[in-house]
Write a protein that binds this ligand. Structure first.
Ligand SMILES: [Fe+2]
Length: 267
């Protein structure tokens, strides 16, 4: 039995949650999806993930929520993440930090290990253990346990993500990049059978700057005065990648998913 995994792009704000609400259930049924993994570290106003929004997303059919450098931004998540194994924080935070960096699940007979890792480049405020050496250890451990290993790599430069993809090629079934929130055109199966994409896009407004209203983002760039980013409701879509994985833990296909969502106006 092969398994089919949907990796949703970063869910940005209430518009992002709206796309999940409107489109995920039918997509899951139509495509016979076994597992849904989504980055949601910006689901609460674009900066962090609050407890209530995390619970809502899990109820809407997401099985594992992953994070990144913003996972601890909302105070109530710091406590809640320790209690909820379905919400991951990057595995390369200090081990005593609240929450877990990976989750083992069983789909049918198949054991799956979902690992969340944060890149080392471009995050000057985080001081993490090395993403590459830790990824090797955790993926090897998952394989020893007889599990399929999946890595959600929250990182900034494509070179870092590609290096991770090739390092784990043939070991991890999928290395899926997040954080930049723009769907990249490089979804592919690497030579030894790992599904790879540098960035699986975002769920929410596609006519925006990373899910935020462009006007405010432009103004910030010009004036350099910090102002709150505004959620954008234009051109909503549920975006991500769909990956099929064989019993041997090799990816057999990866395709991008883009489901437009019609919304009258802000809800
Ligand atoms: Fe991020």
């Amino acid at each position: 039995m092969s398994i089919r995994v949907l990796f949703l792009g970063e869910i940005v704000g209430r518009p992002g949650i709206q796309t999940v609400k409107d489109a995920l259930k039918s997509l899951r049924q139509d495509k016979n999806i076994d597992l849904v993994i989504a980055n949601a570290e910006g689901a609460t106003g674009g900066f962090g993930l609050g407890r209530a929004h995390s619970m809502q997303l899990l109820k809407l059919g997401i099985d594992v929520i992953t994070g990144g450098e913003k996972i601890y931004y909302k105070k109530d998540m710091v406590d809640f993440i320790a209690k909820n194994p379905s919400i991951l924080r990057p595995a390369n935070y200090p081990p005593q930090n609240p929450g877990r960096g990976l989750r083992y699940l069983t789909i049918g007979e198949q054991k799956v290990c979902v690992i969340n890792m944060l890149g080392n480049a471009d995050f000057p405020r985080t001081h993490l253990s090395n993403a590459f050496s830790l990824a090797q250890i955790l993926v090897d451990k998952a394989l020893e346990e007889g599990a399929i290993a999946i890595l959600q790599f929250h990182a900034s430069p494509t070179a870092e993500k590609l290096s991770m993809g090739y390092m784990l090629d043939g070991k991890a079934a999928a290395v899926i990049g997040t954080h930049t929130k723009v769907l990249s055109a490089d979804a592919r199966i690497l030579p030894k059978g790992t599904a790879y994409i540098s960035d699986n896009g975002r769920c929410g407004s596609q006519i925006s700057v990373g899910g935020f209203a462009a006007d405010t983002e432009i103004e910030k760039r010009i004036t350099q005065i910090p102002v709150r980013s505004l959620e954008c409701w234009d051109g909503l879509a549920l975006v991500g990648v769909l990956v099929d994985i064989s019993d041997e833990g090799k990816a057999t296909s990866i395709e991008t998913v883009n489901v437009p969502v019609e919304t009258e106006k802000e809800k």
